[in-house]
Design a protein around this ligand. Structure first.
Ligand code: PXL
Length: 279
């Protein structure tokens, strides 16, 4: 029997300009020979780091949208969640996961909440509480440091957390949820960025990357989608994180060469073809 292609549901926003969320994730997983199925949470003209943006909350339409997938008995091999635009959306996402996650599927939760010690303008305290519940559904979790500390009710640290501190915070989240966590983009020093990998009941791992230029919007989405694609293609979490961070670094380097403003996202189009090599 022919094995069908793998399929991933991307529960995230669709943002036209700015190379984030589904506009970045769908082409990336497609390049990795995985079918991308967008489930929009909101439709924006540009992402929220632009001085102006049009924001259309999709909450009221999500139920009917998803109902057709239930009626068609569609199945997904993975579910990746990202930016959520309202409290009500969490219930919709819990239901989606309960309906569509079969025993072999995995759920990647990117708890998109904020960056650099601050939550995004659209994020309310109630949404933070809901995000803590969503973490219980995750097999893989990809927070940045801001999101990690928020999820464990700690203040944003004024120093670089030790590996032990990072491990303890991850352990709290893992106790009731994800098998693997990568805390992405931790500023280590002027030259390097640390990615801390927590594995349930196993040693932690570190992936260091060179800092190139300033932080770029959409980096988290590029990293989460390469991890999801690589893991779905059967690679280890560590291998997937390495591939993702290396790919993001190369794209950022190219953005600098092309003088692309940091809020225009990562010019992943330049290297998309490389992701087709299943390494
Ligand atoms: O890349 C994260 C992200 C996703 N979606 C929207 C955003 C952002 C970050 O600002 O504004 C709409």
């Amino acid at each position: 029997m022919m094995k069908r292609q793998k399929r991933i549901a991307l529960i995230n926003d669709i943002t036209g300009f700015g190379r984030c969320s589904i506009a970045a994730m769908a082409p990336i997983v497609s390049a990795m020979k995985i079918q991308a199925v967008p489930i929009p949470t909101a439709i924006l003209s540009t992402h929220t780091q632009f001085p102006i943006y049009y924001f259309d909350d999709y909450t009221s339409r999500m139920h009917d949208y998803i109902q057709t997938y239930k009626d068609l008995n569609l199945e997904f091999d993975a579910i990746a969640t990202g930016f959520l635009g309202s409290v009500e959306q969490f219930e919709i996402v819990f239901d989606f996961i309960e309906t569509f996650k079969n025993k072999d599927a995995f759920v990647l939760v990117d708890p998109v909440m904020g960056d650099h010690g601050h939550l995004y303008a659209t994020y309310t305290p109630q949404m933070c509480e809901e995000m803590k519940k969503l973490v219980h559904y995750a097999d893989l979790l990809t927070p940045n440091l801001t999101e990690l500390v928020t999820l464990v009710d700690e203040p944003y640290p004024d120093h670089l957390p030790s590996f032990d501190e990072l491990k303890q915070m991850c352990q709290k989240l893992s106790d009731n949820g994800p098998q693997h966590i990568v805390v992405t983009g931790i500023p280590f020093n002027d030259k390097q960025i640390l990615n801390f990998i927590y594995n349930k009941n196993e040693d932690y791992q570190i992936v260091m990357v060179d800092r190139i230029d300033q932080d770029r919007c959409g980096t988290g989405d590029v990293i989460a989608s390469v991890i999801a694609g690589s893991y779905l293609n059967g690679h280890s979490f560590y291998h997937s994180v390495k591939k993702a961070t290396k790919f993001a670094s190369r794209c950022i380097e190219r953005c600098v060469e092309l003088e692309i403003p940091h809020y225009y996202g990562l010019c992943f189009e330049e290297y998309l073809w490389e992701l087709g090599r299943d390494e």
